[in-house]
Design a protein around this ligand. Structure first.
Ligand code: SF4
Length: 487
């Protein structure tokens, strides 16, 4: 078979990507474009239940078997078929949900996203093309996606969790484009010659391309695509104008904010320290300081009441407490796996942080959002939670303002860059030296795993999760120390 839905969508992003995937796989890099776990609840499976009883065409590596099974199901007048599979001129597709009504059909593509992006339209337009080319009378082409404003209360209400958008008119208007693209792709894929496609927005949108390193190998090591915080459109605009290297950029009209970063990179400058600003920040703090960091998970399908799809649900925190004499205490919380962690976490948090304490977070908007959400849920804890919320200060500010800037921050104020640039050779602050859990997404994966483990395995994972989160707040203690030392 030539094409599938996913290959077609890849080619819509960039035909060279599809070609490289076939002929130069060895230059492909691993890229994780999936940011949210489904936590075992498969959105696709749930969406199918929206339509009542259905017959599922089992996946088979032999696609012809799936196509034959579909034919049989249609001959038997099955009303709802999931993964109904078809091929037209070597172009294959499986339709998530196909509804048969006499000689008319409706097709539904399921997405676990909360919005409809352009690439979904290409996806369903390709399917429509295959089915209508085979002579099927498709009266409706729709996308089923997640309703972000749904809040679970009691049993899951599938009709509220999902939204369905009828896109038939748009899909029909794209049919000429699909036919043309399929023809073009046939010749591109037959050719052994690498297609000539220049770098552009398509390298990062809608998904990061795994061949970027290969395609950008002609660029200087430090180039416009490395500038943190600069909009993609702007990067591409400079690239197309030939303003590519850092030397080019420093002489361009790029804003001073970026010129400063480039200046540091090119000229190996000493750290920039604005003592007055740092003093002002330090003055706003008072002891004991409670360094707070949450870990949270997101689910497309909320497991508990009061949760919306993709809401951040906190399950763990670490709290380092620094006294005026520099001594440290540590408190931590990690919910049991398989339970609703919110209430227990909120109760512990208000016990662990006395009222009117000075609370420090790094990028506090996340911690504030979580605490405000918990305060809205639990009236009896609301006052104490909002007291914590109102007393949070942000350790990121001096770095965001560049009151402290060092070359190795590379224009970023994320703690991922700030910490190693302040402590380049400290193995105790190196997340690579942790085992099992090294970042937030591994922490949330691990939380979901807890309920499946027991005994030594459970103990080991919990310990490593605690170590990871503990390092987050210990790192903040060290970052503040560096600020204090700098003045
Ligand atoms: S890096 Fe850009 S040009 Fe190269 S294959 Fe990917 S999308 Fe196409």
């Amino acid at each position: 078979m030539n094409l599938s839905k996913s290959k077609y969508c890849k080619a819509v992003q960039c035909e060279k990507m599809l070609w490289l995937d076939k002929y130069k796989k060895e230059v492909k890099e691993e890229i994780d474009n999936e940011s949210v776990l489904e936590n075992g609840t498969n959105v696709g499976e749930l969406a199918k239940k929206l339509f009542g009883n259905y017959l599922n065409i089992e996946f088979n590596n032999d696609l012809n078997k799936m196509i034959d099974d579909t034919k049989r199901a249609l001959e038997n007048d099955t009303v709802i078929i999931t993964e109904a599979s078809f091929v037209y001129n070597n172009n294959f597709c499986s339709v998530d949900i196909l509804k048969k009504d006499g000689d008319k059909y409706e097709m539904y593509e399921v997405k676990s996203s909360t919005h409809i992006s352009d690439i979904y339209l290409d996806d369903i337009s390709y399917q429509y093309y295959v089915l209508t080319s085979l002579g099927l009378n498709i009266t409706k082409a729709s996308i089923v996606y997640i309703n972000s404003s749904y809040v679970r209360q009691g049993e899951l209400e599938l009709d509220k969790l999902f939204k369905i958008k009828d896109l038939t008119d748009i899909v029909i208007s794209k049919q000429e484009e699909v036919a043309r693209r399929i023809l073009e792709l046939e010749s591109v894929m037959k050719s052994k010659k690498e297609p000539k496609v220049d770098l552009g927005n398509q390298c990062f949108s809608p998904y990061d391309c795994p061949f970027f390193k290969y395609c950008s190998r002609h660029l200087p090591e430090k180039n416009v695509f490395d500038i943190k915080g600069l909009y993609l459109n702007k990067k591409v605009e400079y690239y197309k104008k030939g303003i590519i290297s850092y030397e080019d950029l420093i002489n361009s009209d790029i804003s001073n904010k970026y010129k400063e970063v480039i200046d540091f990179e090119l000229n190996d400058k000493e750290d920039k320290i604005n003592s007055e600003e740092i003093k002002k920040f330090l003055k706003s703090l008072y002891y004991p300081i409670y360094y707070l960091d949450f870990e949270s998970y997101q689910e497309s399908v909320p497991s508990y009441d009061g949760i919306s799809p993709y809401m951040q649900v906190p399950f763990q925190y670490s709290l380092h407490i620094e006294n005026k004499d520099g001594t440290l205490n540590h408190k931590e919380f990690l919910a049991e796996g398989g339970i609703d962690p919110r209430r227990v976490l909120a109760e512990r948090l208000v016990k662990d942080i006395p009222r009117d304490s000075c609370v420090l977070a790094y990028n506090m908007s996340f911690e504030k959002r979580v605490i405000k959400y918990l305060a809205g849920l639990y009236e009896d804890l609301s006052d104490d939670l909002m007291n914590i919320h109102d007393n949070i200060k942000d350790l990121m500010i001096p770095f965001q303002n560049r009151s402290y800037y060092s070359k190795n921050m590379h224009g970023s104020y994320s703690i991922k860059y700030v910490l190693p640039s302040l402590y380049p050779d400290d193995p105790s602050l190196d997340y690579h030296n942790l085992s099992m859990v090294h970042n937030g997404s591994e922490a949330s994966d691990s939380y979901f795993k807890l309920s499946t483990l027991s005994g030594a395995e459970l103990k080991e994972l919990r310990e490593n999760m605690l170590k990871y989160c503990g390092l987050d707040t210990y790192a903040m203690v060290k970052v503040l120390k560096k600020l204090k030392d700098s003045i």
